[in-house]
Design a protein around this ligand. Structure first.
Ligand code: URA
Length: 216
């Protein structure tokens, strides 16, 4: 797996990551969603550099212009509910993309903080031969991502898989490296060292779904 860790370089992405983590700013849910969306837009731009392009000619008011356009058939798949703002950001740039939605939640199996991932809902076009972008802002243990990959098998074999994420734990990144096809590319804004006993990324930002959509 190729891993692009965007915060390892200086760029505007640090401003958006800082605002997502900062308790005094993240309370503004609209700003929180917009910051995730902005990171989605940056990830889309980076991913776009790796896509296939074909020649495209069009007429300007003055002459024929010979340019190019994206040749890949893109499907953006987000994991409900925290994936929605990231999905929006990707869709702002890949505005012709098809869309897949899937639910995955942690079901605690005993009192020891053991849990299994339950996938309940899937709405997806065929993925056969397409470029699949999996959007999940928090790559904690990586188990949801792997459960999603398993559930999507029935929809056909994508030509290429990209994973778009905001914050990952080292453990989660290592887990998905083991379970995804080798030519998968991970695009992630920040990677944190730790996971706590409840499976939260530390320092992380808290619960992305609650911060984006939770009630006060
Ligand atoms: N999901 C979240 O929203 N936050 C984490 O830290 C881990 C998983």
């Amino acid at each position: 797996m190729i891993v692009h860790h965007l915060a390892s370089e200086n760029s505007i992405i640090h401003k958006f990551i800082n605002e997502l983590r900062d308790q005094s700013i993240q309370k503004d849910a609209q700003r929180f969603r917009r910051n995730i969306e902005r990171i989605g837009e940056i990830l889309a731009y980076e991913i776009s550099k790796t896509l296939d392009f074909s020649a495209k000619s069009l007429e300007t008011p003055l002459a024929t212009y010979h340019g190019k356009s994206i040749a890949d058939a893109i499907v953006i798949c987000s994991v409900l509910r925290a994936g929605l703002p990231l999905h929006n950001g990707l869709l702002n740039y890949f505005d012709d993309a098809e869309n897949t939605f899937i639910s995955a939640f942690r079901h605690q199996t005993n009192t020891e903080n053991d849990f299994e991932i339950v996938v309940e809902y899937l709405a997806s076009p065929s993925l056969e031969g397409k470029t699949l972008i999996l959007a999940d802002p928090m790559l904690a243990t990586g188990q949801s991502m792997v459960a999603v990959l398993k559930a999507l098998k029935a929809m056909g074999k994508p030509k290429k898989i990209h994973i778009a994420s905001v914050i990952g734990a080292t453990e989660g990144v290592e887990f998905i490296k083991k379970h995804f096809p080798e030519d998968t590319t991970l695009w992630i804004a920040a990677i944190d060292e730790n996971l706590n006993e409840k499976g939260y990324i530390v320092p992380g930002l808290g619960d992305a779904g609650d911060l984006a959509f939770g009630s006060k």
